[in-house]
Design a protein around this ligand. Structure first.
Ligand SMILES: Cc1ncc(C[n+]2csc(CCOP(=O)(O)OP(=O)(O)O)c2C)c(N)n1
Ligand SMILES: [Mg+2]
Length: 622
């Protein structure tokens, strides 16, 4: 016997809709528009929300019922709540606007947790709306009850349980205000089913959105101190992070006015144009030689909108050892959190960059020696041209036009894409930087594709990560999405973990081989009505790229590459940026001149013991 959807399990408490004040579910005694559920949609609409991602279920059925009266709001039905929330993140990351996701109680809500943590670490403005069991059942272990506000407290900027329908419009306005103000982040609003169903004569005036707070202006003394440090600098460098994406024009003007070279973090790629000679690339674990050396040699480091994540700093006590550090961030909690900051400036990135540009010296400082040194380092650390993941990614990203959006999943292919793609403007590069969430890339590309249907929304994913959210292939068809181009770099392995096992765990490969059990990705795509191309060498890839990109709809490209390639440069976890390995000591070419002091050049048959020792000190993780 099959039970109706979300029916209670035998023995579990029955929702008691005979409680006073509880309307019958599904009854039209009350106009559903004049209920909490109706007020929710009216509030979202008043805030300019016109696309939401979600997945229905028992505890959110009144909200889905009310949605039928709001045809102007587009609901994208994913195939898993994790897919829905990453799509909402992709929407938000591409546009800078709020992403909205809906889920039912219990398993629907808990399936949002990874996406909330992801949005929290990457400062993504997101509103998650969950249904919950009726208020009078909360705390009784009712069917599909989960304490989602308790569960998500550490991974949301704020969260709410709505206690009455009347307060819903105010809560939604406040939640959106919090998600978008200051350092953006995810906010969750949990709405018990009886609150969704309760009659609600909402006051249309209460639906007025609260605009986000304008970013803070810098304090004059802090600004003067920052200017003074810059004026004294002979080897300055700027580090620009995800918090500066909406200040790209100001940051670019600042760097040019002072003639300061610029490093963009993984989250900040695109905040400064890659074609500008002042651009040095990405810092950190898989950063460029020029960026990491610049940090190690700089005398003043101006960090804007970044949080000095451990993947960026390497061993913290040796980070930027010669530099006095100016740190600009909206979030006071970030200032001095990781690195000792000589000049903290709590203010908006654009505000500070604008003010410091105005105060630039009338003559652009030439900095000839410093810029020549950096130019030499910029010429180093390139990937081999032979066939492998790096060459494949190089060929694929070369086809992107400046307005196209590139999402990536997590792993070797992500680092290669970050190293090899060239972004001229912000919000064209979407990836899970802080949480490193496998399964992020493909649904994020779906969200971005819906936000910008006129550009290509490309995703580069690994054979491992793609399988974590591959079910969203169905969403392409459901939502009629024509501009997602999926590229799977198939190395038959959890490549990044394999790399660490090879370098730091004595080549003991433990549970990283996928090849024998991988699906036929083209058949998988075909099952969802998505056409596919496959390439196995460089020439084949060029031909496949033509077919894949010229196809007038979403399409999949599988690129088969060797398994044993590594991503370099690499700073082993726990090492300092100055100890970066430009090429691999194991398997890669015999160029080992850049091994850290005290680390011996290993022979072909040698286990990477010295590097293991570095890693063991750090407790680092792939
Ligand atoms: C959800 C999740 N589980 C595990 C990891 C750890 N992890 C980081 S990279 C990686 C391998 C990714 O393999 P694949 O998607 O094939 O990409 P590749 O590194 O081979 O390019 C793993 C398992 C993670 N980041 N996220
Ligand atoms: Mg792989």
């Amino acid at each position: 016997m099959t039970s109706p959807p979300d029916s209670p399990q035998p023995g579990s408490p029955q929702p008691d809709f005979r409680q006073p004040g509880s309307p019958q579910p599904g009854s039209r005694q009350t106009d559903i528009r004049q209920t909490g559920a109706g007020a929710l949609w009216a509030s979202l609409e008043a805030h300019g929300v016109h696309t939401v991602f979600g997945y229905p279920g028992g505890a959110i059925m009144p909200v889905y019922d009310a949605l039928t009266f709001f045809p102007q709001i587009r609901h994208i039905l994913g195939r898993h709540e994790q897919g829905c929330i990453h799509a909402a993140e992709g929407w938000a990351k591409a546009t800078g606007e709020l992403g909205v996701v809906l889920a039912t109680s219990g398993p629907g809500a808990t399936n949002l947790v990874t996406g909330l943590a992801d949005a929290m670490l990457d400062s993504v403005p997101l509103l998650a709306i969950t249904g919950n069991v009726a208020s009078f059942l909360m705390g009784t272990d009712a069917f599909q009850e989960a304490d989602i506000t308790g569960i998500t407290l550490p991974v949301t900027k704020h969260n709410y349980v709505v206690r009455s329908a009347e307060e819903l419009p105010g809560v939604i306005a406040e939640a959106i205000h919090i998600a978008r103000s200051g350092r953006p982040g995810p906010v969750l609003v949990d709405i018990p089913k009886d609150v969704q169903l309760a009659a609600c004569e909402y006051d249309p005036a209460s639906l007025r959105p609260h605009p986000p707070l304008p970013p803070r202006e810098p304090d004059a003394a802090a600004l003067a101190a920052a200017r003074e440090l810059l004026a004294q600098a002979t080897r300055p460098v700027m580090m620009v992070g995800g918090g500066a994406l909406d200040a790209a024009a100001e940051v670019t003007a600042l760097a040019r006015a002072w003639n300061i070279p610029v490093i963009t973090t993984l989250m900040g790629l695109g905040a400064f144009p890659a074609s500008d000679p002042l651009w040095l690339g990405m810092p950190g674990m898989h950063g460029s030689v020029a960026a990491n050396r610049a940090i190690s040699e700089a005398d003043v480091l101006l960090g804007i909108g970044l949080r000095f994540d451990d993947r960026v700093t390497g061993r913290v006590r040796d980070f930027a050892p010669q530099a006095r550090i100016i740190h600009v961030d909206l979030d006071a909690a970030e200032l001095g959190k990781i690195v000792a900051t000589h000049c903290p400036v709590r203010a908006g990135a654009a505000q500070v960059a604008r003010a410091l540009s105005v105060q630039a010296p009338p003559e652009r400082p030439p900095r000839t020696a410093w810029l020549e040194q950096l130019a030499e380092w910029k010429g180093r650390g390139h990937h081999p041209q032979d066939w492998g993941a790096a060459q494949a990614v190089r060929q694929v990203v070369a086809r992107l036009r400046p307005d196209d959006i590139l999402s990536s999943d997590v792993g070797q292919h992500q680092m290669l894409a970050a190293q090899l793609a060239r972004f001229e403007r912000p919000r064209r590069w979407l990836n899970s930087g802080g949480l490193g969430t496998m399964g992020f890339g493909f649904p994020a590309a779906i969200g971005a594709a819906l936000a910008e249907p006129e550009v290509v929304s490309m995703v580069i994913a690994g054979d491992g990560g793609f399988q974590m959210t591959a079910q969203e292939l169905a969403t392409l068809k459901h939502a009629g999405i024509h501009n997602v181009k999926i590229c799977i770099i198939n190395n038959s392995y959890l490549g990044m973990v394999r790399q660490w096992q090879e370098l730091f765990h004595g080549e003991r490969y433990s549970e990283v081989e996928l090849g024998p059990s991988n699906p036929d990705f083209l058949k998988l795509a075909d099952a969802y009505g998505v056409p596919g191309w496959r390439a196995e060498d460089s020439a084949g890839l060029e031909a496949a790229l033509d077919g894949w990109l010229n196809h007038p709809g979403s399409a999949l490209l599988e690129v088969v590459v060797p398994s044993q390639h590594h991503v370099f440069p690499m700073v082993p976890a726990g090492a300092s940026l100055a100890e970066m390995l430009e090429t691999g000591p194991v398997r890669a070419s015999t160029e080992v001149s850049d091994l850290p002091a005290g680390v011996e050049a290993p022979g072909d048959d040698m286990e990477a013991v010295p590097i293991m020792a570095l890693d063991a000190r750090s407790g680092g993780q792939a």
